[in-house]
Ligand binder design. Structure first.
Ligand code: SF4
Length: 466
């Protein structure tokens, strides 16, 4: 079963007290688990040392069995959950990257994807740098270190002028927690506070998990430093006039209880469902969402259309994303383990099924068959985003055109391929209107090919049809 995956989630805590900051990170990462299930890691700073633990798997598995308690008390900690889009899924590539450099002990956690990693890596190797991993986050760490002259803030500022791509970074040294959002603000990053702590996290749901109050979002191009003097911020030298946050954060990646750049993900999804009902109505007996990400939109569709929301599919909540098998045959077989049709709700009924997006189409084709096998008399698909026509090079694993059914088929052909009675997508303009209350503009690259960064030859080559 194919699902789009976000690359990572990041978290950081700076405490005025010397305490078990790793526990705060653990809860934060737990709330960000949806952003990456392959590995997790937490380094803690104490007495000018950094102690860390990383492992493969879910946060609870990595830090279970006493592994969380081996981390010492300290005043700064950062955390990371990973889904790999660059670099293999193995322990060596687990983040945060921890190293000793010109600024002493440091750790770096990254969400996003640099598109000029190869060039930066080659430059660094030419200057005698050595690399242990294949991840772009190590390149980020090495570039920051090499340009720092012993001043971490100088290193971050200089390095950011060389980075091309998406990056929400959380860094720590012996005495500072630093949060950085790329100049377009492609990936989300926010700041919260408790009485004694400053927290930074990919999403507000992680602030809620540690009882922190939301302070504000990190602005595109902003470098936020937290140290003994409090929170202070600087901006990178070149910040584009327009931000370009990934609109897929609202469509699928973020948790629906998060608020990104001032706008609720829940509201955006509900509005998407309502717009589908208003613009692409169809007579039916029930409307349902593909669980869990499309349920909010399905309720929006039901509310607007007056067609009852009824669960058509039950999800096995104990099958994590790590269960997903890498090859196509196993992937298709895995759907029936992960999801099942609720026959008594569906039999003889005209069903509208809502989903957030369609990538390959293999999962949706199976769902249509599952609904028909369970007795649905009609199956109408409504999608809360436009047709994905282009790959993403900014931190999402839709990396080549050949992975996309929408790259070479129109709505009618997709409908035929999926075996549905009708398929309708939101248009780009309609999707934008669902997010108009957000304090940002959006990247729409996978829908219209207009990426924040123009693609160079190397990148174009990477994205080609396989
Ligand atoms: S190309 Fe699509 S998935 Fe990638 S950052 Fe832009 S909107 Fe997000």
């Amino acid at each position: 079963m194919y699902e789009i995956h976000e690359e990572c989630g990041v978290f950081g805590v700076y405490s005025q007290e010397n305490r078990n900051v790793a526990h705060t990170c653990y809860y934060g990462l737990f709330a960000l688990q949806h952003r990456g299930q392959e590995s997790a890691g937490i380094p803690v700073s104490f007495a000018d040392k950094i102690s860390y633990y990383k492992g493969m798997g879910l946060v609870a598995d990595v830090f279970g069995g006493g592994n969380l308690d081996i981390l010492p008390e300290g005043d700064i900690a950062i955390g990371h959950v990973r889904y790999s889009t660059t670099g293999a899924s193995q322990l060596l590539n687990a983040q945060p990257v921890v190293f000793t450099g010109k600024c002493g002990k440091m750790a770096v956690a990254h969400n996003g994807n640099l598109i000029n990693t190869k060039q930066l890596r080659d430059e660094m190797i030419a200057q005698n740098a050595v690399f242990q991993t294949t991840i772009d986050s190590e390149v980020i760490a090495v570039v920051i270190n090499s340009l720092s002259d012993g001043d971490i803030l100088k290193g971050v500022k200089r390095a950011c002028s060389k980075f091309k791509g998406s990056y929400a970074l959380v860094l720590m040294t012996g005495d500072k927690l630093i949060a950085v959002r790329d100049p377009f603000g492609i990936r989300p990053l926010c700041i919260g506070t408790t009485e004694s702590d400053v927290i930074v996290a990919s999403e507000t749901c992680a602030l809620d998990a540690v009882n922190a109050n939301f302070l504000r979002d990190v602005k595109p191009g902003e470098i936020v430093v937290v140290d003994s003097e409090g929170i202070h911020s600087e901006f990178m030298n070149e910040i584009p006039a327009e931000s370009k946050m990934c609109i897929f954060e609202y469509v699928y990646f973020a948790r629906h209880d998060s608020v990104l750049d001032g706008y609720s993900v829940y509201e955006a999804r509900k509005e998407a469902g309502k717009l589908l009902a208003r613009n692409y109505p169809i007579e039916a007996d029930l409307v349902s969402g593909v669980p869990d990400s499309a349920n909010v939109a399905a309720r929006g569709y039901a509310e607007e259309s007056g067609i009852p929301f009824v669960e058509a599919l039950a999800k096995n909540r104990y099958v994590g994303r790590t269960f997903i098998q890498p090859d196509q045959r196993q992937r298709e077989n895995s759907l029936s383990v992960k999801m099942n049709a609720l026959r008594s709700n569906i039999r003889g009924k005209r069903v509208i099924i809502i989903d957030d997006s369609i990538v390959r189409g293999t999962t949706m084709k199976k769902i249509v068959k599952m609904l028909r096998d369970a007795g649905a008399s009609e199956v109408h698909i409504r999608i809360c985003s436009p047709i994905i026509k282009h790959p993403c090079n900014l931190g999402i694993d839709i990396q080549t055109y050949s992975q996309l059914i929408g790259a070479y088929k129109n709505e009618e052909q997709i409908c035929e391929c999926l075996g549905a009675d009708s398929v309708r997508y939101l248009s780009v303009e309609q999707l934008l209107s669902t997010c108009k209350k957000a304090h940002t503009n959006f990247c729409l690259g996978c829908f219209n090919g207009d990426y924040p960064y123009p693609l160079d030859e190397y990148e174009t080559d990477k994205l080609k049809f396989e």
